[in-house]
Design a protein around this ligand. Sequence first.
Ligand code: FES
Length: 949
Amino acid sequence: MESVTSLQSGLLVDANRKVSFTFDGKTVSALAGQSIGAALYASGVRIFSRSFKYHRPRGLFCVAGECPNCLMQVDGRPNVRICIEPAREGQIVRHQNAWPSLNFDVLRVIDKFDRRFPVGFYYKRYYKPLTWRLFETAARRMAGLGTIDIHAAPDQKTEVEHLQTEVCVVGGGPAGLSAAVQAAEAGAAVFLIDRQPRLGGHLLFDGIELPEIEPLAVKLTNHPRARVLSNTAAFGLYEGNLLTAFQENRLLKIRAQQIIICTGGRERPFVFQNNDLPGIFLARGVERLSRLYGVQAGKRAVILTDHDEGARVAEELAGLGFQIAAVVDPRPVSEKSRVGKDWETLFSSVVLEARGGSHLQGVRTAQVQVDGTLGQATDIHCDLLCVASSLVPVNELLLQAGMRFQVKEGRWVADQSMPGLSAAGAAAGTFDLAGQVLEGKLRGGEAATALGYTVKNLDKTNKEWAAFLANPSPVVSGNVFAHANLNDRKRFICLCEDVAEHDIEQAVSEGFDGIETLKRYSTAGMGPCQGKICTSAMREVCARTTNRDLADIGAPTTRPPCVPVTLSVLAADRHHPVRRTPLHHWHQEAGAKWLDAGLWKRPESYSDPAAEVQLVRTRAGIIDVSTLGKIDVIGPDAAELLERVYVNHFADLLLGKARYGVMCNEDGIIFDDGVGARLSRDHFFLTATTGNAELVFQWLELWKSTWKLNVSIIQQTAALAAINLAGPKARDILSALTTQDLSTGAFPYMSIREADVAGVRCRLLRVGFVGELSYEVHCPSQFAWHLWEALLDAGRDLGLRPFGVEAQRILRLEKGHLIIGQDTDALSTPLDAGLPGMVRFDKPLFHGKAPLQRQQQRGVRSRLVGFTMLKSGTSPEEGCQVVNKDKPVGRVTSSRFSPSLGQNIGLAWVPAARAAVGERFLIRANGTDLPAIVTQLPFYDPEGARLKG
Ligand code: FES
């Protein structure tokens, strides 16, 4: 391959340092700082990919990471845009979607039969089951880009950083710099995010000089209130001004009070026959290749333009050493382009066709006559066609926020303003350079003012902006469509999916004339560029074909991410919070096997869970239940609040008594369950499930405020630890540490007492989740370790040992106690989850009363029931389907072997008509249907004698 040493130096290139990588097995050298794409181009590569459907050759096009033309496999990672991916020593780069090579691809033959693959062909031809199966098999083999190595480990750790700032500016061009400096100067804390390695935006590569930009960049970089995040791509804007971005291996979640989008503009491709040939570039792509990476895109260039920018590009390329063959301009005349040059400007002319096989060899142009017909066609020899079209705003982040843009009176304007969000520069439709700087300054000043800072001369800036708007440079939205012949079937709108102009027209004629359905039916805009390159042309064809205004066409919904992000970055989880109970290290030393329960780490078991079950059933065990939600509800309206949030009564709860309670949301769906105990007339102590502790607290706070109740809600989850002592010997063990009378008469089942245990003031709850005599001991967290060891000491001779969550789950299943979130889902109500007796419809008000009443009248469709497997063997896994005549009719939610019963038991949702005790049903496990029978709950100790004794 050709050496790269002859290259001129680019802005990002270190000409003194070389790296080498392999491309399809051949070694390629590059200058440090060059992108892989630039180095390959310099080495003579011209075909960088094959198109998705027709396998047409595709070359570099945008050199900005925005089109599908340069996707390759780099070090095992598929779909890397190599035009912006830095070349590194030892990289292994491979082509995709072509066999056997990019230069000779067997599937190119499909391109010859394109008439057999009209838009939506698979809906029309392969809808019958057999043909669809055949087509699907073939299509799946051919579809997809790149190969995922499922064994590849990410080469770097990915991590998340949560950041906060007052003003966040996205884009480091003239508008962004101006906005950021203005806000920082006023005193605001400012972030500036820029995808490029250096500040300056398009000025880095388009050769335009703006003297004030360099000082602004220096000022911002050195400003104590500003932080510049280069090489950072913003890809999502979410509710609450949450901006997501990434820097190589780091995901950034940025909360900003004010966000200013200054992401610039992009060119629109022209539409003519063969407009996808390698050698056709967007003008900014040619400029990037030359000025950033020091690589010439060609020798002899034709510039195709629809505005005065074409003349500037021609001059600039001539200055860079390109030979300019011609400038082709569909406009009748342009004064700026007229000035005498070494090249010809063909006014009123269009490019009809790009000529060449696998690379551009020339263009066919023709002049448009006054009557609209075409004059004599002329062929111009060239190896580069540079598309210098008018810009459209790069406004995906604004679109994600819900703004829509239209051209009105010569400017792109947003349909609404949003608090905390603004835009400046080309992203806001301002393409005039001086206007961009002015608008950035204004938006930066406004953002700082909104934060309470004083901005000098903001009025003056406002007046200057008003004067600018009074005389704006009109937005050019020239015609990018050349005249078409009937046989011109390769006038591509969407490069990603090979959707041509005639495909869009046909889709519209078939009735898909709404932009969203058109997008999905034609697939234009659904490929790797996500509509960046094709949306404006697709809208224009749709408007033209349906005789509607462009404004009436609308635009497809834009969703994050607007810049491709690797899954490893999105999955970055190194800093997820972890909660540990005060006894965590005791469990660790005891060799506990860990289980994640929400944010908490809990001991799953210490040894054999079945042995731990037997321990609790025959002697006694203790389990750390500190993760339970613990909430004090205190005040004159405490009983009233509980009466309204639980489906059962609490106002009549006697002092010192406890009661199981179920909370529902407004739809009657089970929200949480737990125990509520009354410590005094106005003081209740509640427990909530581990996963919902915070939600229940917030729920109570919300309804207390909504109903204006006189009550205080105190979150005690972290302040209190809890230990459950359970088993026939529990009373004997606890009585050794307390003077509290533990007899059933003095301290019966479902009651609460406050007492000293091992010298620590505790709340003792007599509850029975595991179905044995048990005491839940709640104590200040700092005494948990002392209390735990005191209990273990007291029970050592009686065989007391700790047990884990797995044993607890088996024990509770034997009692038929459900777990919210495991045995219930987002549709479960107390009426179908086996808790109808809990719902007290005689109460005047409680959450979910009306929908539950309706459900009671209507009847339930399915029920949660206990079941026993009729054959011995392994238990079906949780989640297995309950089937009837091969159709799924329910599912298993809990399933275990019960050591106490010697049977496989579980809980399952079954149709209400099959829920009676004794009904038989089938559970499909690993492709086998296993018989089960509905069984009366609880499975173990149905009278509850053990826990009440
Ligand atoms: S050329 Fe690389 S993304 Fe367009």
